[in-house]
Design a protein around this ligand. Structure first.
Ligand SMILES: Nc1nc2c(ncn2[C@@H]2O[C@H](COP(=O)(O)OP(=O)(O)OP(=O)(O)O)[C@@H](O)[C@H]2O)c(=O)[nH]1
Ligand SMILES: [Zn+2]
Length: 199
C-alpha cells in the first residue's frame, strides 16, 4: 500500500508567492516519481468542504516553458491559484505526453504538423492514443486520506477511472478554456475525439 514518505515545506513563487508542502510517496503502483503539492486551507475558508484536487499530467513544454501548442501551462497555473486561494492539492503526475514520454510527444508534434490529430499521431507511432493510468493518483489520494474530492478537470476519462477505483467526486470543477495562437486543433481534438467537457 502506498504511503506518504516526506513532507517538505516549500514556498513557491509562481504565479504568486504561496506556502506549500511537497509530498513524496512510497510503494506507488508505478515507479515514476509522482508527487503531491498541498496548499493549506486559509482560516477564512469553510473547513468542511471536500478538498479541491487537480490531477495534472506532466507537460515539460507547456508547464515549464509555456509552449503555445497546448493548454497545460495555464491549466496548471489556474489550479495552483485556486488551490492557493482555497486550500487543496495538485497531484503532479509524471505522465508526459499522455504517458508516451517527451521524445515521443515531440515526434507526435511533427506528425501533427503534417496533419494528423493529436490522438492519431500517437497511434501512428504505434502507441496508445492516451496511455495514462490513474492507479497511482488513486493510491496517492488514499495515502493522503482524500477519498471524497472536488476534482478540477475537463476530462471524462479521468473522472471515470478515479470513480471506478473508489474515489468519490463530489463536484467537477472545469479547468477553464485557454486558447493560444497554436492550440486550436489540439483543443478541438480533445473535445471531439476524447469528449473533454471544454466550453
Ligand atoms: N502525446 C501527446 N501528448 C500531448 C499532446 N499535447 C499535450 N500532451 C500531453 O497531454 C497531457 C495533458 O493531457 P490532456 O489530455 O491535454 O488533458 P487532461 O489532463 O487529460 O485533462 P484536464 O484534466 O481537463 O486538463 C500532458 O501530459 C501533455 O504533455 C500531444 O499533442 N500529444
Ligand atoms: Zn501541454
Amino acid at each position: 500500500m502506498a504511503e506518504v514518505k516526506d513532507i517538505v515545506p516549500i514556498t513557491i513563487s509562481r504565479p504568486v508567492p504561496l506556502n506549500a508542502q511537497f509530498i513524496s510517496f512510497t510503494d506507488l503502483p508505478e515507479s515514476d516519481e509522482h508527487f503531491a503539492i498541498r496548499f493549506p486551507v486559509p482560516t477564512s475558508v469553510a473547513a468542511d468542504e471536500a478538498p479541491l484536487v487537480r490531477v495534472h499530467s506532466e507537460c515539460m513544454t507547456g508547464d515549464v516553458f509555456g509552449s503555445a501548442r497546448c493548454d497545460c501551462g495555464p491549466q496548471l497555473t489556474a489550479a495552483i491559484s485556486r488551490c492557493g486561494a482555497f486550500g487543496g492539492y495538485v497531484l503532479y503526475m509524471r505522465q508526459e505526453g499522455r504517458g508516451i514520454g517527451l521524445y515521443n510527444k515531440m515526434a507526435a508534434y511533427l506528425l501533427q504538423d503534417s496533419d494528423l490529430d493529436t490522438y492519431a499521431a500517437n497511434e501512428r507511432l504505434n502507441r496508445g492514443a492516451d496511455e495514462r493510468r490513474y492507479d497511482s493518483a488513486v493510491a496517492m489520494l488514499e495515502a493522503l486520506e482524500l477519498t471524497d474530492i472536488r476534482l478540477i478537470t475537463n476530462n471524462p476519462m479521468k473522472i471515470d477511472a478515479m470513480e471506478s477505483a473508489g474515489i468519490k467526486i463530489i463536484e467537477r470543477i472545469p479547468t477553464g478554456r485557454f486558447d493560444t495562437a497554436g492550440n486550436r486543433a489540439y483543443l478541438d481534438a480533445k473535445k471531439k475525439i476524447a469528449g473533454h467537457l471544454l466550453p
